[in-house]
Design a binder for this molecule. Structure first.
Ligand SMILES: Cc1cc2nc3c(=O)[nH]c(=O)nc-3n(C[C@H](O)[C@H](O)[C@H](O)COP(=O)(O)OP(=O)(O)OC[C@H]3O[C@@H](n4cnc5c(N)ncnc54)[C@H](O)[C@@H]3O)c2cc1C
Length: 321
């Protein structure tokens, strides 16, 4: 198993230190390699990586990465560099990003762009031969699950105990100058829908989906939100299923919303979810189970599946004016 740390220079020393700490914790006999990504060559992070025990350091440079904040641009740059380095390598590769929301987002984007496995925020990582075992929290921390990757590329974040820096050392350094334009088209396509929608904070109308709504249904909810100028939210299971970003989770462990109208589709109405919706909001619920708790708090309830309502509702609203 090969271990590679990918560290954007713009994320600063803390990202560098925490990523190196995770690398030190996981490194086997082969050690770990470091990829530093930024607009121009920089000697300080190379020295830090070398004294932390990196076997090699590769600098990936692109002028567009000057002060870039956009994770899609970074992901495209890293994906281009990795595609060149990794082609033809058959063993399992674990790519670690600095722990934290930005690293987790970059890990997910890279897994998508490079067809790898996304392990996300890991509580622990273990390597046995070529297999990687990642322990993760799920269901708002109520469960711990172990994911296993047998081959191919995996992307993860791990917060390890503080690392140790050794004596100054020298390390082989390679440089990859990227010239393809950034960002790549795939990333732009993927960014569109959710970013176009207003945030939950301050929204007058929130369209929200739960476990009863699948990917196709969330596509319709997004279209509805766009059509109505509404924000999009979701319950915890919808977030866990990757149907809506965690920043749009409504509830006790998510956001508190106080729109005039909260459209709850495929949401049963648990206390943990309703704790995130103001008592002053009027709830409109769509759920085929007439016994669902959401109907006890809804101003308007429709006991039907979303499949029979959302397409008709979008049709009735017509195209965007
Ligand atoms: C500490 C802690 C914190 C938590 N924090 C949160 C939080 O912040 N937010 C949150 O949401 N949850 C939170 N939860 C989880 C919470 O307990 C519930 O598990 C969750 O709210 C249930 O989400 P749901 O309504 O989407 O799913 P479910 O309860 O499974 O309900 C799904 C609903 O979809 C309906 N349905 C099925 N098919 C269709 C269809 N075709 N069309 C329409 N409806 C359909 C079903 O009838 C059902 O009522 C937390 C739990 C804990 C323990």
């Amino acid at each position: 198993m090969k271990l590679l740390l990918v560290i954007p220079q713009a994320w600063g020393e803390q990202a560098l230190d925490t990523a190196l700490a995770a690398g030190q914790q996981l490194a086997g006999a082969d050690g770990f390699a470091v990829m530093l990504i930024g607009p121009q060559a920089c000697s300080r992070p190379i020295e830090v990586a070398a004294s932390a025990g990196a076997k090699t350091v590769c600098q990936v440079l692109h002028p567009d990465l000057l002060a870039v904040e956009d994770p899609y641009v970074l992901a495209c740059a890293v994906a281009q560099a990795l595609a060149g380095i990794l082609s033809g390598v058959s063993e399992t590769q674990l790519v670690l990003l600095p722990p934290g929301p930005a690293g987790e987002e970059l890990a997910a984007l890279l897994a998508d762009l490079l067809d790898g496995q996304h392990l996300g925020r890991c509580l622990s990582l273990r390597v046995e031969g070529e297999a990687i075992f990642a322990e993760r929290a799920a269901w708002g921390g109520r469960l711990r699950i172990t994911l296993q990757v047998e081959s191919g590329l995996a992307f993860a974040c791990l917060r390890a105990a503080r690392g140790e820096s050794g004596a100054p050392a020298t390390v082989p350094v390679c440089t990859i100058d990227l010239d393809d334009p950034l960002p790549c088209e795939l990333a732009l396509d993927k960014r569109e829908s959710v970013e176009r929608l207003p945030p939950l904070e301050g929204a007058n109308l929130v369209v929200s989906g739960g476990r009863g709504v699948n990917e196709q249904g969330f596509g319709l909810l997004e279209a509805l939100a766009l059509r109505l100028g509404a924000s999009l939210g979701g319950s915890l299971p919808a977030v866990d299923a990757g149907l809506v970003p965690v920043l749009r989770q409504v509830g006790v462990s998510g956001k508190f919303v106080s729109p005039q109208v909260y459209l709850a589709v495929g949401i049963s109405g648990t206390l943990q979810h309703l704790a995130g919706v103001s008592l002053d909001s009027r709830i409109v619920a769509i759920n085929p189970d007439p016994e669902a708790d959401i109907f006890k708090v809804a101003t308007l309830g429709i006991a039907a599946p979303w499949e029979s309502l959302l397409p008709a509702l979008l049709d009735a609203l017509g195209p965007q004016p």
